[in-house]
Design a protein around this ligand. Structure first.
Ligand code: ADP
Ligand code: MG
Length: 271
């Protein structure tokens, strides 16, 4: 039994069954912005490994990572790699992760393996404040493992037509996971991404999403910004690639808002 006062990080999953909505970009850059003030770990759960590449670990150098954690019972401590960001560690997506969805089906505790692996690493995790899970663009077993291990879910949402329809699928999944597998799971928030001020649709969709999800939508909006899309090809978060870009600054602001929301939540809980 861990000591009751042992620090435990906050586990946050970046999830949305749609691809290309900014999950990985938000995982990398929110984690980087938070690492200026907190200790952060990012676990790449997408077989495509874009978070790993974007943090400077190319496919050929991945070695053991989240697959080994989920399937091979390798301890977390042996899988964490340093990144160019001082207080940001990474568990990369190893090449074998592509087969994990299929392999997990036949394994015991197939949807709790990540949670169990993290529970076995409380000592190491006490050094971290935040652990992010970058999920693949599906609601399969890898995402399910993240949702079962998470305290909260961050849903990046691209400001485009059908954005709300996409939200109903993910919220249904969250409700189901909450009911059956992880009652403590919360919707930490919705992050509007790739916002284009010149496009009326962006504005309309943002208003719609805010009208429906109210304060669960972060005030901070991530603008579409070419520096954000260039950074991964240099293996760098946009905060290191071009700190002054509007994209980098938006992620700095998002991190500050996340911390502020957390302080408010703690205040409410204590009251
Ligand atoms: P997901 O992980 O949800 O599939 P990504 O984060 O990989 O989505 O983003 C999809 C693509 O959009 C990537 O090429 C990424 O570089 C680009 N992108 C993401 N956010 C922005 C942004 N704010 N401005 C410009 N391009 C972006
Ligand atoms: Mg991704």
């Amino acid at each position: 039994m861990p000591a009751p006062d042992r620090r435990k990080p906050r586990f946050l999953a970046l999830a949305n069954q749609k691809g290309g909505v900014g999950k990985t970009t938000t995982a990398i850059n929110l984690a980087t912005a938070l690492a200026a003030k907190r200790k952060v770990l990012l676990i790449d759960l997408d077989p495509q490994g874009n978070a790993s590449t974007g943090l400077g670990i190319p496919r050929s150098e991945r070695g053991a990572g989240s697959y080994a954690l989920l399937i091979g019972d390798r301890p977390l401590a042996s899988l964490v790699r340093p990144t160019a960001v001082p207080d940001l560690g990474l568990v990369p997506a190893d090449p074998e992760l592509a087969g994990a969805e299929v392999e997990l089906v036949t394994l015991p505790d197939r949807d709790r393996r990540l949670r169990q692996a993290l529970e076995a690493a409380t000592e190491l995790l006490a050094h971290y404040d935040y652990v992010f899970f970058d999920c693949p663009p599906s609601l399969g077993l890898l995402t399910l493992n993240a949702l079962v291990a998470a305290d909260g879910v961050l849903v990046p949402l691209q400001c485009e037509f059908f954005a709300l329809e996409g939200m109903s699928q993910i919220t249904r999944t969250l409700d189901r996971v909450k009911r059956a597998l992880n009652p403590a799971l919360t919707l930490e928030g919705i992050v509007l991404t790739m916002y284009d001020r010149r496009n009326n649709l962006s504005e309309l969709v943002a208003a719609d999403v805010r009208g429906f999800f109210k304060e669960r939508v972060f005030d901070t909006v991530i603008p579409r910004n070419v520096r954000v899309s260039e950074a991964p090809s240099h293996g760098l978060p946009v905060l290191l690639y071009d700190f002054r870009s509007i994209g980098a600054q938006a992620y700095v602001q998002l991190a500050a808002e996340l911390l502020k929301r957390e302080r408010e939540r703690e205040k409410t809980a204590a009251a």
